[in-house]
Design a binder for this molecule. Sequence first.
Ligand code: RIB
Ligand code: CA
Length: 320
Amino acid sequence: MDRKIPIIIDCDPGHDDALTIMWALAYPEKLDVRGIVTCAGNQTIEKTTRNALRMLTFLGRTDIPVAVGAAKPLVKQIEVKGTPIVHGESGLDGPQLPEPAVKPVKMSAVELLAQLLEQSEEKITILELAAHTNIATLFAARPDLIDKVEAVYMMGGGTVGNWTPAAEFNIWWDPEAARITFKTGLPITMAGLDVTQKAYITREENEQLRAQGNKGSVLAAELIDFFGRYHYEVEGFPGCTLHDPCAVAALLSPELFKGEQCNVDVELSGELTSGMTVIDRVNYLSKIMGRKVDCNTNVLFEVDRDAFVKAFMQAMKKLG
Ligand code: RIB
Ligand code: CA
């Protein structure tokens, strides 16, 4: 990778969002993080925004503008109470983090997204770690700016669910918004549950991470201590699932993953399946139905877990 990739991070921190921000900022020679926008999801918008600012304060990167994003989905009526069972009452329970040293910028997430895209000479890649409400609002209001986006790397969706039997949390939160993204025609790389549930870090590996001893590694291990409880105790997984970090890893190290180019759409109204990503892995729509459909998404299905964990640990070590 010769040039720095300009990126904007859309997130709802959230432990795995926080780990992803850390991974992205560990590689200033590869990634130019132009801004962070927040969304409600793992917690209320006030809490996810505070958490993004606390992370940047910890990492000494308060130069990165943070804008407050969507407090609610586009259409769905929802009571926003976060996911305390997964991320705690603060949205980032566990480690001691500093209070934010800066405030969010005085513009909305959509305004910041528009400004960053308008002002950039190069196209910008969007790292989508939450519901798509902010970017969908932008794409609907300013379709001219879709051309200024290089690609979308997203965590969300899958052939299985984690918030309902069929739906993954980020897509379930705002299915209408996600559908807008899938219809933009942009190159999309989707790290859904099929791959993220294979991208776990074990307790032993987390101890190795902590033993690296630098501030970044110790914080990452503490975030994983808290986040991992849900995966071990509730989901019964063999490790802590690093959902959102898969999106940045796919951008930095695509060779770690195996994906298939598929048509992906979102179920909006199914009684049991609302918020499910419908992944046409067998090309049913074109082969059987004879419909002209766009294989709009590189859906990641496999990860080299050992290499992924190694890359994650290297990134945390680099943070100092
Ligand atoms: O389903 C996992 C996703 O939901 C992650 O982005 C996590 O942070 C939560 O938002
Ligand atoms: Ca997230």
